[in-house]
Design a protein around this ligand. Structure first.
Ligand code: A2P
Length: 310
C-alpha cells in the first residue's frame, strides 16, 4: 500500500495515485479495477476533460473496494468556471459517486464557454478563446461553496504558479488550496515552487512524473545509474525521487505490470535514495536539462519561469 501524508484539511492522501490522462475509456476500466483490487492503490486521479470519468467509475465499482477507502480526485474544466457546482454534479454523476475527496481547478484559465468548441474554443486567428476579464478568485469562491456543501472534502488547484497564487488567489481565498497539481519530474522538478507550496501547507502533486508518452526520462543517464546502483528500475527512481520529497505522485499506466511496479517501486526507491542521490537528481535539471513537456497554448502567461517562449 502507499504511504499517506496529511492535507491541510486533516485528511490523509496516499502519496501514490493512479493517473488517468490519456488512458482510453476501454482501457481505463481495467486499469482502475486492477490498481484497486490487485495492486493496492487507494488513490485515483481523474478529470472531466480526460473524457473517461464514466469508465473510471466503472473500474471503481468493479474493484469491489469500498468508496470510503478510495481517495478520488476530479477537476473542473476551463470552460466551466462560471458553473462550478453544475460541472461538479456532472463529474459525480459520471463517476457514480456522491462526493469527491478532492476537486481541482484544472487550469487557472477560463476558456469561453460559448465558443466554437465545448472543450477547446479557438478564436478566428487560431489562438485559444481565453476570457481575460474573468477572475480566478470568483471560481475559487464557488469551489469554497461546494466544499461547504459537503460535495467535496477538499479543494485545490492545478497548473498554478507562485505568481498567480500570490496575485490572483491567496489574497481572496477563505480556504487555502489543499493541493496544487503541476507538471513535476526529473527534467522539470520546479524545486522553488515545490518548496514555496510546502511552506504554505499546500501539497504539491506531480502529473507526468515519468515524463508522459515516449518519455526521454526513462533513458536518463543519472537516473539509470542510480537505478542500477540500488537494484531498482529507472521508472522507480523517477517516481521515488518525487515521493521522497513528499510530493503526491500520479503515474499513469494502463499496463497491469507497470501499475503494480509503479506503486511498489516508488515506495521502495523513495526509501533507498539518499540525500546525495536526491541532490544528484536535482542537479540534472539544474545543469540545463530543463524540459517542460506539457505546453498548452494558453499557458504562456501563467507565470512559470521555464515556459518556453513561442
Ligand atoms: P502505459 O499506460 O501504456 O503503460 P506519466 O505518468 O508521466 O504520464 O507517464 C505515462 C506513460 O508512461 C504512459 O505512456 C505509460 O504507458 C508509460 N509508463 C507507465 N509506467 C511505466 C513504467 N513503469 N515503465 C515504462 N513506462 C511506463
Amino acid at each position: 500500500a502507499s504511504p499517506t501524508i496529511k492535507l491541510n484539511t486533516g485528511a490523509e492522501i496516499p502519496l501514490i495515485g493512479l493517473g488517468t490522462w490519456q488512458s482510453k475509456p476501454d482501457e481505463v476500466i481495467n486499469a482502475v479495477e486492477y490498481a484497486l483490487k490487485e495492486a493496492g492503490y487507494r488513490h485515483i486521479d481523474c478529470a472531466w476533460a480526460y473524457g473517461n470519468e464514466k469508465e473510471v467509475g466503472e473500474g471503481v465499482r468493479r474493484s469491489g473496494v469500498p468508496r470510503s477507502e478510495i481517495f478520488l480526485t476530479s477537476k473542473l474544466w476551463s470552460t466551466h468556471h462560471q458553473r462550478v457546482e453544475e460541472a461538479l454534479d456532472e463529474s459525480l454523476a459520471n463517476l457514480g459517486v456522491d462526493y469527491l475527496d478532492l476537486y481541482l481547478i484544472h487550469w487557472p484559465v477560463h476558456l469561453n464557454p460559448n465558443g466554437n468548441d465545448p472543450k477547446f474554443p479557438t478564436r478566428p486567428d487560431g489562438s485559444r478563446d481565453v476570457l481575460t476579464e474573468w477572475k480566478l478568485s470568483d471560481t475559487w469562491a464557488q469551489m469554497e461553496a461546494v466544499l461547504a456543501k459537503g460535495k467535496v472534502r477538499a479543494i485545490g488547484v492545478s497548473n498554478v504558479s507562485e505568481k498567480i497564487l500570490e496575485r490572483d488567489l491567496l489574497p481572496y481565498a477563505k480556504v487555502v488550496p489543499a493541493v496544487n497539481q503541476i507538471e513535476l519530474h526529473l527534467y522539470n522538478p520546479q524545486v522553488k515552487l515545490v518548496e514555496y507550496l510546502q511552506s504554505k501547507g499546500i501539497v504539491p502533486q506531480a502529473y507526468s512524473p515519468l515524463g508522459s508518452t515516449n518519455s526521454p526520462l526513462l533513458q536518463d543517464e543519472t537516473a539509470s545509474a542510480l537505478a542500477q546502483q540500488h537494484g531498482v528500475s529507472t521508472a522507480d527512481v523517477l517516481l521515488g525521487y518525487l515521493v521522497a520529497k513528499n510530493i503526491v505522485t500520479l503515474p499513469k499506466s494502463v499496463t497491469p505490470a507497470r501499475i503494480k511496479s509503479n506503486l511498489e517501486g516508488a515506495v521502495a526507491a523513495a526509501k533507498k535514495l539518499t540525500k546525495e542521490d536526491i541532490a544528484k537528481l536535482d542537479g540534472v535539471a539544474a545543469s540545463g536539462k530543463q524540459n517542460r513537456l506539457i505546453q498548452p497554448p494558453w499557458g504562456v502567461d501563467l507565470g512559470f519561469d521555464n515556459w518556453p517562449v513561442r
